[in-house]
Every structure is written in structure tokens, then in C-alpha cells.
Design a protein around this ligand. Structure first.
Ligand code: AMP
Length: 542
């Protein structure tokens, strides 16, 4: 017997219409690339999202065609979030911090038909447009009068000119809730980047879950500052949860320095902010010497990399701000776990509570997780045994977009590449990473890319890239090199060899020359051994 309840497909367009209808005057505030602070609200975002939908209708795109963005957090990006997905196209958010060649590769792999970009990224577009033959239109997120002439880019329009003639009324189409809504590439541990392809259903379920009190506790009484970029896993889903709850949104644009972020928090009455540890490092670094305090900020979600204990202490003790430690992945839309206490913990001492909260948190309803050994055998949840962390749930990928190999799932579980413990209360703690990547300031650097470039140098016989702890960036890469017999290369020459091949921030901080690199039985480099060998090593300048 089927239930007798109405069946409505879950859709991103329903979010924006809800926000517009029930919270129309709630503000959306953005620091723009132009430097000024712009004020909009949910009603206006909805109107302009409908204009986007109408304008897209004139572009001859097919259902599920990809429309890319290369943009900071701001109101125009938000309008595209709802307009593009709402009409049935796929919003492809691209990370502008990548090397232009990687961006072109990603745009071609996704088969993007249109690319919408902030003017600050014009040089990237100038470098890649000729390499992206499938892109029919380039849309600069600016006024018509701000659009530079003589850019050399064909089919370039300003966003405002593009949507200006389009009506602000639109009947959103209804379609299967499993249709693709947005996509985000993540750095491949081997080979090229891979894309998570989210659906309307997965996005809405994640939006509900993210707003729960034990998750981000998002409500209509919040003013939220997502410092986490909208090009990285949809700013952790915050734009959708904010629309579902009618929260105010405050966007930092490109200004992520401590002073700019602090001014926005205070000026806009921000109650909740989200970002990677590096961003908070910059904020606290700005506030401490000046003796500044928060007047409205209540909580911050810190994730993407482990939250340093000292950072949690500073937020909690010095500023009275609750820290929510979150763990997630691009492949998980991204939220998997979040650190909040249970009732039985509320009477524990601060020290005991801190111990719990520093873990990566417990499963959000919808996500299931387990740890397994290398043979796939489940390990106990005793807080001591560690294993490869596996997850499943309705907002976890089952495959990558256009993947040519087998599905990454193992018996229905997605292997995260993280190594973790899970305690009897369900709190997960990351202890290591089995994937060969380095995370610096919340962004991935592929060890393999770094090694391949070094190996292409005529003097290098073997190269291993490892991440070293860094107080600001969490990790920075170094490359450990064995030179060919009789050949020499200096540290400076090898570092110069990386120039132009990868983005500047991905270039290793140092080169360490060694006689040998430890190898395992199968000839694979043993990075764990190598890290032991490097014990006591300090990055230059620290
Ligand atoms: P991304 O797909 O870029 O969001 O990166 C996901 C990966 O970042 C995870 O698999 C972890 O390796 C790492 N990560 C995310 N959150 C945390 C955290 N709270 N603590 C430690 N590592 C984290």
C-alpha cells in the first residue's frame, strides 16, 4: 500500500520561491569585486534568478547543459545558483585558483556551454577562451559600462546587459528530482580532476540536514557569512540552507583578509560564519593585536582541514564563540559529520567537552559511516582502532561525472581516503590521510603533479612530494629528490622549473636532496617512512 501524501519533486527552484515569498525583505549583502558593499534581498534575488532563467531560455541550451561560474561569493553568483539549476541546466562552479590550463581542461571535460565570471578573472578567460570551443557565450558579472573593450574574447556580454531585457516572471519547470543540478571538480589523487555531480534531490536533502540544530543550526534569525567559497562544494551548501530557512546572507567577495572579514561581521550583525582554518587564522591575527571583540558572532563552523586546538580555544574562551568542527568532502555535498555535544556531555568539565569537540564530529542523519582495514574488514568503534573511513548516504556520490573506470564504491560504500577512529558515542576523528594529496589553505595540491614535474627535470632520478605542517596554511608541499648519478640541480633551479606548469601557490616550498627514498615491496614510495626520515625538518622561514 502506498502512502496517500502528495508527491512533489524536490527542486532548487522551490527554495528560491520559498525564500522570496516568505522572507522577501531579508537582506543579501555582498562586498563586490568593485570594492563597494551591495545590498539586495531574497525577493530581488528571486526576480533576477527568474531573469537568468528567461535569458538562458534564449541561448538554445539543452536540458542538463552545463553553465559554469568562475566567481567569488556574491549576489550575482547566488542568482546563478538558483536561475541555472532552477531552469534545468547544471551549474558548474569552477575554482579560479587553479592554473588556467587546468581550468580549460575542466571546462572542456564538463562541456560547459557558457561561462559566467567575475571581472577580476578576465585574464584567465583571455588565456583560455580559445581553448574552449564548446563555450558559446562568456558572461562578465558586471554592468555593461564596466565591460572592457578590446578583450579579444568573442561572444562576451556583461551579465547586467544579458539579463536586462529578460522578464522577471518565470514558471519554473518541474522535472525528476534526481536530475543533475550542479557540479564541482575535486583534485584527483591520480590523474585528472574528477567531478561530483549533485542532483536536486541530494541538494535539498543536504539543505535540510545542514540546517538542523546539531548541524549548522541555521534559522531565520541568522546572518550568515560564508567565507568558504561558492566555487568549493557550493559554499558547504549554505546558500541553499539559507534560502530554506530565510537567513540573511553576507558575502565577502574577494576580500578575505582579516580586516575586511571583521568589518563585515560587525557591520552586518553576522551571527554565524563558515570557513577553513586559514581564513580564521587571518581574522584572529587581525583582531588580537587590536583588542577587537565580536558583538554578534555566536558560532563558526570550521572544516575542510582539522581545526587547530588553539584556534578552538581562542574562539571559545577569548571571544565566547562556539566552534563547530565539521568534516566533509566534495563527494559528500560536502557535510558528513559535525561536532556537537550530546545531552549526557553537557555536565562534563570544559576540558572533557573540548576533547570531544576537537574530534571531527558525529554523523549527520542521512550519512552512515564505518572504518575498515586494508582487507575491508570493519573495525570496532572504540575510539582506538583506526581504519579507512567509508561513507554512504543520499548526498554521497555513487560515481564521478564521465568516469571511465569502475565506480569508486566498495559494496555501496564510498572510500573517503581519510583514515579515522570512531568512538562508542559515534564521534569520528581523522588520524591520517591515505590519499596522496596535500591540503594547503583549504585547497588541494596533487603530490603526483609535483612529483611528475620534478621527474621531468633532466637531473632528477626520483622525486617524492610530502606535506609539511604550516601554522597558516595547515600544510605546505616540499619535494624530496634523488638526483641522477653525476647530475646536479640546485634547489632554486628546481623550484624555478615549476614556474608556469602549475599555479604559483602549488609550487613546493622547498627541495630536500636525499641519497635514497624508501620503497615498499611493490616499488611504491613509502611516504610514511619518508615522513619519519624527515622528522625534525622545518619549512624555510618557520
Ligand atoms: P574537499 O573535497 O576539497 O572538500 O576535501 C575533503 C577532504 O578534506 C577530506 O577527505 C579530508 O581529507 C579533508 N578534511 C575536510 N574536513 C576536515 C577536517 N575537519 N579535519 C581534517 N581533514 C578534513
Amino acid at each position: 500500500m502506498l502512502g496517500l501524501m502528495q508527491s512533489h519533486p524536490l527542486s532548487i527552484s522551490s527554495l528560491i520561491e520559498f525564500a522570496a515569498g516568505k522572507h522577501g525583505d531579508t537582506e543579501i549583502v555582498s562586498r563586490r569585486v568593485e570594492g563597494d558593499v551591495h545590498r539586495s534581498n531574497w525577493a530581488t534575488v528571486a526576480k533576477r534568478a527568474r531573469k537568468v532563467a528567461n535569458a538562458l531560455g534564449g541561448e538554445g541550451l539543452a536540458f542538463s547543459d552545463r553553465v559554469a561560474t568562475l566567481a567569488w561569493n556574491g549576489y550575482r553568483h547566488l542568482e546563478l545558483y538558483f536561475g541555472v539549476s532552477g531552469v534545468g541546466q547544471v551549474l558548474h562552479t569552477i575554482n579560479p585558483r587553479l592554473h588556467p590550463d587546468q581550468i580549460a581542461w575542466i571546462a572542456n571535460h564538463a562541456e560547459d556551454r557558457m561561462v559566467c565570471f567575475d571581472l577580476s578573472f578576465l585574464p584567465i578567460i583571455q588565456a583560455i577562451h580559445a581553448k574552449c570551443p564548446l563555450v558559446r557565450k562568456w558572461v562578465a558579472l558586471c554592468e555593461a559600462k564596466a565591460l572592457p573593450t578590446e578583450t579579444g574574447i568573442p561572444n562576451l556580454v556583461s551579465y547586467e546587459a544579458w539579463i536586462e531585457p529578460a522578464p522577471d516572471q518565470f514558471d519554473w519547470p518541474s522535472f525528476d528530482e534526481n536530475s543533475a543540478s550542479s557540479m564541482c571538480y575535486t583534485s584527483g589523487t591520480t590523474g585528472n580532476p574528477k567531478a561530483a555531480l549533485y542532483s536536486h534531490r541530494s541538494t535539498i536533502l543536504h539543505a535540510y540536514a545542514a540546517a538542523l540544530p546539531d548541524v549548522m543550526n541555521i534559522s531565520a534569525r541568522d546572518a550568515i557569512l560564508p567565507v568558504v567559497p561558492m566555487f568549493h562544494v557550493n559554499a558547504w551548501g549554505i546558500p541553499y540552507s539559507a534560502a530554506a530557512t530565510g537567513a540573511k546572507l553576507v558575502f565577502p567577495g574577494p576580500a578575505l583578509d582579516g580586516q575586511s572579514v571583521y568589518e563585515l561581521i560587525e557591520g552586518e550583525g553576522v551571527t554565524f560564519a563558515a570557513g577553513v582554518p586559514t581564513v580564521w587564522q587571518m581574522l584572529l591575527g587581525h583582531m588580537k593585536p587590536k583588542g577587537l571583540k565580536f558583538s554578534t558572532l555566536q558560532r563558526t563552523v570550521i572544516g575542510g582541514s582539522a581545526c587547530p586546538p588553539a584556534m578552538m580555544d581562542t574562539f571559545m574562551k577569548d571571544y565566547g564563540v562556539t566552534v563547530l568542527h565539521a568534516w566533509g568532502m566534495t563527494e559528500l555535498s560536502p557535510l558528513g559529520t559535525l561536532g556537537t555535544l550530546k545531552f549526557k556531555h553537557t555536565r562534563l568539565s570544559h576540558e572533557d567537552q573540548r576533547h570531544i569537540l576537537l574530534k571531527q564530529g558525529r554523523c549527520i542523519y542521512g550519512i552512515d559511516m564505518k572504518i575498515v582495514d586494508d582487507e575491508g574488514k570493519s573495525q570496532p568503534h572504540d575510539g582506538k582502532a583506526f581504519g579507512n573511513l567509508m561513507v554512504k548516504g543520499p548526498w554521497v556520490v555513487r560515481d564521478y561525472y564521465k568516469a571511465d573506470g569502475p565506480s569508486p564504491l566498495v559494496d555501496g560504500w564510498f572510500p573517503t581516503g581519510d583514515v579515522a577512529t570512531i568512538d562508542p558515542d559515534g564521534y569520528m576523528q581523522i588520524t591520517d590521510r591515505s590519499k596522496d594529496v596535500i591540503k594547503s589553505g583549504g585547497e588541494w595540491i596533487s603530490s603526483i603533479d609535483i612529483e611528475n614535474i620534478a621527474m621531468a627535470h633532466e637531473a632528477v632520478a626520483m622525486a617524492a612530494c610530502v606535506g609539511m605542517p604550516h601554522p597558516k596554511w595547515d600544510e605546505r608541499p616540499i619535494v624530496v629528490v634523488v638526483t641522477k648519478p653525476g647530475a646536479t640541480v640546485t634547489r632554486e633551479a628546481l623550484l624555478a622549473f615549476y614556474e608556469g606548469k602549475i599555479a604559483k601557490w602549488q609550487v613546493p616550498d622547498d627541495v630536500v636532496f636525499v641519497e635514497t627514498i624508501p620503497l615498499g615491496a611493490t616499488g611504491k614510495m613509502l611516504k610514511t617512512k619518508l615522513r619519519e626520515q624527515l622528522h625534525g625538518y622545518r619549512l624555510p622561514g618557520l
